[in-house]
Design a protein around this ligand. Structure first.
Ligand SMILES: [Zn+2]
Length: 204
């Protein structure tokens, strides 16, 4: 299996009068995360992990903070771009693991919903996404939310190699048919019934 790994980190400061967006959800909290975009620290860390996995740069190289287009932007846009880069490089997500570090609010009660939302955004199953959270003990950073993320990705089988593989299977089948015909004509051996190796028509 051809796999690669990516790591992402992000941090944002809490600020009153801002909606708190984490993992694509709006959380009930008196303060939100200050940022040029919606400040979604979790989605930003995952975006950087995915870009890093295929050495495609980082979130800042695609979305410069000074660009007015990304003011208050939904961070799902950044994630989508990272997924496109991943796809263009010929890779797909195996799994994502994350750790949020913030004093409040508690993430545990919403972690399930957050995993489902992130899995939805990444177009993967929920068991491919892990979201953990802890408080910033001893860091004196209760005014900040941080997030670490790692992404494991694997190379998607190339269409060309699939094509050549099916050509090999087809030619082997034809060869077997010829041998069977020869055997049955020479020795009177009844022709074997060969079950197809696989039938793409059956895939629904
Ligand atoms: Zn950020």
């Amino acid at each position: 299996m051809d796999t690669r790994i990516g790591f992402g980190y992000d941090s944002h400061e809490f600020k009153p009068g801002v909606l708190l967006r984490i993992g694509g959800l709006t959380l009930d909290h008196p303060q939100g995360l200050a940022g040029h975009s919606d400040g979604d620290v979790l989605l930003h860390a995952i975006t950087d992990a995915l870009l890093g996995a295929v050495a495609a740069g980082d979130i800042g190289s695609f979305f410069p903070p000074g660009d007015p287009r990304w003011k208050d932007a939904d961070s799902a846009i950044f994630l989508n771009l990272a997924m496109e880069e991943l796809q263009n490089a010929g890779y797909r997500i195996v799994n994502i693991d994350t750790t949020l570090i913030l004093a409040a609010p508690r993430i545990g009660p919403v972690a399930g919903e957050m995993r489902a939302r992130v899995a939805d955004l990444l177009n993967v199953e929920i068991d491919q996404v892990s979201i953990k959270a802890k408080t910033p003990e001893g860091l004196n950073l209760d005014h900040v939310a941080q997030c670490h993320a790692v992404a494991l990705v694997e190379r998607v089988q190339e269409p060309d190699s699939l094509k050549s593989m099916s050509a090999v299977i087809e030619s082997q089948r034809q060869l077997e048919d010829v041998v069977d015909d020869l055997l049955s004509s020479v020795h009177g051996v009844p022709k074997k019934r060969v079950a197809p190796v696989y039938d793409t028509e059956d895939i629904t």
